[in-house]
Design a protein around this ligand. Structure first.
Ligand SMILES: Cc1ncc(COP(=O)(O)O)c(C=O)c1O
Length: 327
């Protein structure tokens, strides 16, 4: 299986210019006591970017080795997960059905247009039917209906995804062994669970930023994934912050939009060797949260904080600036 995945993803220092809000210009703590690094998983591949390759690699290996014929998975009309999986299945010559939440047949999003171009079968289901996505009985019926022999859960978060995500920690053991915290966005929780379960760098604290309004729900997802894995594994300390979802999944606020736009402008002007950009659904909320935590002196002195850039810029391609605003 060769998808031309570029690993390890680079780790970059963004400490100096990271706080771009002028209100924080007088803060010296960042440069003097806290360092901030970013792990550029967004650069792993132009399409299988961010956490997608990490979460899908083990399943894709099984699918190609055991010669499954037809994969199906769930997601929304802008889903980064469906986009990445559809691309991988096309590259590996495997049939793929995307089970899409809501009927977008008459207004295909850029994500769905790409999928269609890659030969994905688009199966639209109502938002009510979609709620059954985790019911074993529904999944069984769906597999029969679609004639699919391998079903991957929404967001690609399942027991197998944990193994692939763990590779991030193995890379970090060489690239940045002295980090104290990792901060990352959380939606279906597979990425956070994979970092928590990997045995490398056990002292590192994992901080999730909930990108949807899901206090309790997100913790249950993590605990469910942890419970489905080998119990003897040592777990890292973890928590999820719930103050940075800006109204819910794919919702934004004026301050988030401003932050993302200033951030992107700032880093575009830097003319970096590897351009750095964020979007408002996942990475934007996470960088925004990190900025707020740094401003509030949340981290102990001498912390070395690594933010995981989980990619996802494709999903925001058609987001008008004010779409889904919460404020
Ligand atoms: C770009 C991006 N970042 C972060 C996440 C959140 O990861 P997880 O669903 O594993 O919590 C997702 C969703 O899969 C995503 O598409």
């Amino acid at each position: 299986m060769d998808l031309n995945i570029r690993l390890p993803s680079p780790v970059e220092d963004i400490a100096g210019p990271f706080i771009i809000d002028e209100r924080n210009a007088d803060k010296t703590s960042l440069s003097s006591k806290i360092s901030v690094l970013v792990k550029r998983d967004d650069l792993i591949h132009p399409i299988m970017s961010g956490n997608k390759w990490r979460k899908l690699s083990a399943a894709l290996t099984t699918i190609s080795q055991q010669q499954y014929q037809h994969v199906a998975s769930f997601g929304g009309a802008y889903s980064n997960h469906l986009h990445a999986l559809g691309y991988a299945c096309a590259a590996l010559n495997i049939n793929f059905t995307a089970v899409v939440r809501g009927d977008y047949s008459k207004r295909l999003t850029p994500t769905l247009q790409d999928l269609q171009r890659w030969g994905t079968h688009l199966h639209f289901v109502s938002k009510i039917e979609y709620k059954n996505k985790t019911s074993a009985q529904y999944c069984q019926l769906l597999r029969q209906q679609l004639n699919a022999d391998y079903l991957i859960p929404e967001g690609g978060s399942h027991a197998k995804s944990i193994v692939g995500v763990g590779a991030i920690m193995t890379e970090l053991e060489t690239q940045a062994p002295d980090i104290t915290h990792i901060i990352l966005p959380v939606a279906s929780a597979g990425t956070l669970a994979g970092l928590v379960l990997n045995e490398t760098l056990p002292h590192v604290k994992i901080i999730g930023v909930g990108v949807l309004n899901g206090e309790g729900y997100l913790e249950d997802l993590v605990n469910g994934l942890l419970a489905s894995s080998t119990p003897s594994y040592q777990r890292k300390e973890w928590k999820i912050l719930h103050d940075y979802h800006h109204g819910g999944y794919a919702k934004t606020s004026a301050s988030l939009r401003q932050y993302v736009s200033e951030f992107n402008q700032f880093y575009a002007d830097q003319n970096r060797l590897r351009p750095l950009a964020i979007e408002p659904i996942y990475s934007g909320k996470c960088f925004y949260a990190l900025n707020a935590l740094l401003s509030a002196d949340y981290f102990p002195s001498n912390s070395k904080v690594l933010i995981l850039h989980t990619g996802g810029l494709q999903g925001a391609r058609s987001l008008p600036a004010n779409k889904n605003s919460s404020t």
